[in-house]
Design a protein around this ligand. Sequence first.
Ligand code: NAD
Length: 461
Amino acid sequence: MTQKAIAAKVQRLRNFYNTGQTKKISFRKKQLRRLRRAIRKNEGAIMEAMRRDLGKPAFESYAGEIGVLYQEITHAIRHVRSWSRKREVRTSIIHFYSTSEVLFEPYGVALIIGPWNYPLQLVIAPLVAAIAAGNCAVIKPSELAPATSRLVAKLVRDTFEPDYVTVVEGGVDAARAVLKEKFDYLFFTGGTAVGRAVMGAAAEHLTPVTLELGGKSPVIVDEDAHLPSAARRLCWGKFFNAGQTCLAPDYLLVHKKIKAAFVAELAKTVKEFYGDDPRRSPDYARIVNVRHFDRIIKLLRGRKVIHGGGNSRKEKYIAPTIVDGVTMKDPIMREEIFGPLLPVMTFARIDDAIALVNRLPRPLALYYFSKNEKKQKKVLAGTASGGACVNDTVSHVGSPWLPFGGIGDSGMGRYHGRSGFETFSHQRGVLKRTTLFDMKLRYPPYGKRVKLLRFLFRIVG
Ligand code: NAD
């Protein structure tokens, strides 16, 4: 699509926004219901597209994409009216005889750019929030999941007015071209390096951004953890979608006393989940393309594989793999793995585990396994991450009641449920003054009134 065509598209959305239709709550709810119906109608096609793009098992398409979206949409339909209600707040004494309120207003036209790993959910969940907040939107899905990108374009075309929500397909060039236009909000999900470039492009127009990025999310398993369930929950979060999940546990820090027992438990769990040969399992996904396959395999070079390691470039298959003898200097600990390799390191004291986590950039998630509440508190207080689970992995992303987003290198801003609505809303503070009287105190000439002012502010603040 040419720059001119993109500019014209965005202008049409702006014109639509300016009609004011999207400000009505009834309109927003109607669009959300339409979206839910469209997903329902296309469930089979969605699962098929994901299978083609990522070899995603139907269960994982449902759990990680379709189901999450139903929950988000239904939650938004149920709550959007109360979220949108103006919030009356207190009024300072210096504004005597006034009222104060916060209005939640749409930004206008939003741009949503998505990645390939959850290629439907990660553009449609932000869209749900954008619609709930009353915005128009342009979506740029990832070119690396082409079947899903086409499906998103069709689904949007069949569901919404083209001047209300629209899709621009394509790769980096398309993304760059779209980013040249001025938007009122930019919601980006992808890698940290690209996030930096996207934020730079947004700065040109002073467009506010949410960046949902990646990172190395640690799992800490302490000596008192319940090992069988910890192993199951860790393997599930790590090997779901073959490790290509922004929130996947990236590396394991295990208490040295239980390392042998826990690694054995992990190996047993992988077998239980995927059988003797995970390549044959219908429940195990593939790597998105050979570039990523090669990148992940390179991380294994010279490392000690203690479980798994099997792979096939032709099939873009990498087995669930546990890697030992890892140090912080190894490439596997210096970049986000984004694949089914689990490096294992040990700690003797929980403070050492906390210190190690804090040596790396702030991750999108942190997972801690222990029954001890004091230690749970200590780990949460001693670290920073976008979100966290205690005695689980990844599950927090599935709750519309919890804000989801990163911190530091893993991103900025948050969404899901009310957080998403607030992200796509401008909070407009409004003071309403009486006309019954007009205190002259603040108007020049001020004379010696500074003394009175000083007295007043001593009382007020
Ligand atoms: P990516 O950053 O390569 O691509 C994301 C999107 O940006 C794509 O639509 C792509 O076309 C576009 N893009 C690529 N280069 C661009 C550029 N120079 N300028 C503008 N746009 C550009 O990410 P990816 O490989 O698709 O996804 C994997 C990454 O995303 C991982 O790092 C992962 O952790 C992260 N991620 C984060 C979340 C989250 O919710 N925080 C979710 C999924 C993935």
